[in-house]
Design a protein. Structure first.
Length: 133
């Protein structure tokens, strides 16, 4: 799947793949929150997660690779890109901890993870539209 989708991205269909990947990722996250209470359903959502990742990863990694190559300093670009992931993960961990502290269940706290695909979708859209090199 990754090779096929990577080939499609190389042919200029990256925006289409990215547009498909972000809502699918959000649906899987929300589905895990609402429906994953038994082992078979958890396994089913893990399967869907693997399928969604085959769309999600090539699109976002293409954006990172191409943006890094076109930056003035690829090393610093990668440093700040990785720092962005880390800061985002830390912020979501803090928000989730705060939600749990106030008695919101862990399943509902997972809904906050939907913010990730939204941000990735916006960045990918800007990249594939040509707004960002």
């Amino acid at each position: 799947g990754l090779i096929f989708l990577g080939n499609m991205i190389d042919k200029g269909h990256g925006k289409l793949i990215s547009i498909a990947a972000q809502p699918l990722a959000m649906l899987v996250l929300i589905g895990r929150v609402l429906f994953a209470y038994t082992v078979p359903v958890i396994i089913l959502f893990d399967f869907f997660y693997a399928v969604v990742n085959s769309f999600y990863l090539p699109a976002i990694l293409t954006v990172l690779y191409n943006s890094s190559r076109s930056s003035s300093n690829a090393l610093w670009y990668q440093f700040f890109a990785e720092s962005g992931w880390d800061i985002g993960a830390f912020m979501m961990a803090c928000i989730t901890a705060l939600a749990l502290y106030f008695g919101i269940g862990i399943r509902i706290a997972l809904v906050f993870a939907v913010i990730g695909p939204i941000i990735v979708g916006l960045v990918s859209k800007r990249h594939f539209d040509g707004s960002v090199s």
